[in-house]
Design a protein around this ligand. Structure first.
Ligand SMILES: [Fe+2]
Length: 143
């Protein structure tokens, strides 16, 4: 499990070492950020989480479009996560070189999938998904 800076106002997870001047999601000031332990589960947690990672780790596919954009497609996960009112993926959150770029909020009547179009020179894409029961899981992939 990884520690990370978390906005206490909106639970936004910051992937850099220093808190931002303002939260890019809700605008809260940097003093709202606290370093929390065990915020993110990664592929390194596979041993301790049994089969659970297969339903939670984001699976990223990157395609280059004809307009010179990058399409970032995400599925949660390798085995599709359930989407029922009691247990579902609430959001898929995107980062380029650890900078926040956007999020997709999901309701339980959607598939646990999402995609965005990017125009970036970033070297790395990171995707966090939040499960309302099993927490936050991150996958990182070179672009
Ligand atoms: Fe879950």
């Amino acid at each position: 499990m990884q520690k990370a800076l978390v906005c206490s106002a909106c639970n936004y997870i910051h992937l850099k070492d220093a808190a931002p001047e303002k939260c890019p999601v809700c605008g809260a000031y940097s003093k709202s950020f606290t370093l929390k332990d065990d915020v993110l589960k990664t592929k390194e947690d596979i041993v301790t989480t049994g089969e659970s990672h297969k339903k939670h780790l984001p699976v990223i596919t990157i395609n280059n479009t004809t307009e010179n954009l990058q399409e970032i497609k995400v599925a949660v996960g390798e085995l599709e996560h359930p989407m029922i009112p009691e247990h579902y993926i609430t959001s898929i959150i995107f980062y380029a070189d650890n900078d926040y770029i956007g999020r997709i909020s999901l309701s339980h009547n959607l598939k646990p999938k999402g995609s965005i179009l990017l125009n970036t020179n970033a070297k790395k894409i990171s995707v966090i998904e939040n499960c309302n029961i099993h927490g936050n899981w991150i996958t990182e992939q070179d672009i």
